[in-house]
Write a protein that binds this ligand. Structure first.
Ligand SMILES: [Zn+2]
Length: 128
């Protein structure tokens, strides 16, 4: 399996071990993980700490040039908020572990390929 998706799954397991919702994410630039995160809604009582938001936050403030080279990995199809964050920062590629448990606005992400080069890949893998 893709080592970065494995890293995202590791984040999901961390979240599960904390009693949270098991979704993980990593942000990769030039083959390096620059941010890791997992869903912390339960742990933090947060409305917005989805795995992708936690990951993007943990990566810190990056330049547009950095985001333009980034790949966002998530174990689960990104929701409206997280898809919106990826579009906002023009992250050109999103790689998703699975979209059977939940499916975000994938059609919209694909449609926006005209406006931004977002590519969306779904790898069917289950968190075990
Ligand atoms: Zn989300």
């Amino acid at each position: 399996m893709d080592k970065f998706l494995e890293a995202a799954i590791k984040q999901a397991r961390l979240g599960r071990n904390e009693g949270g919702i098991p979704i993980g994410s990593v942000l990769v630039i030039n083959g390096q993980i620059v941010g890791r995160g997992h869903n912390r809604r339960v742990q933090q009582g947060s409305a917005i700490l989805h795995a992708e938001m936690d990951c993007i936050e943990n990566a810190g403030r990056l330049t547009a040039a950095d985001y333009a080279k980034a790949v966002l990995y998530s174990t689960l199809s990104p929701c409206d908020m997280c898809s919106g964050a990826a579009l906002l920062y023009k992250i050109p590629q999103i790689i998703v572990g699975e979209n059977l448990t939940f499916q975000g606005p994938e059609a919209y992400l694909r449609e926006r390929r005209e406006a931004s080069p977002s590519r969306l890949s779904i790898i069917r893998t289950a968190l075990t």
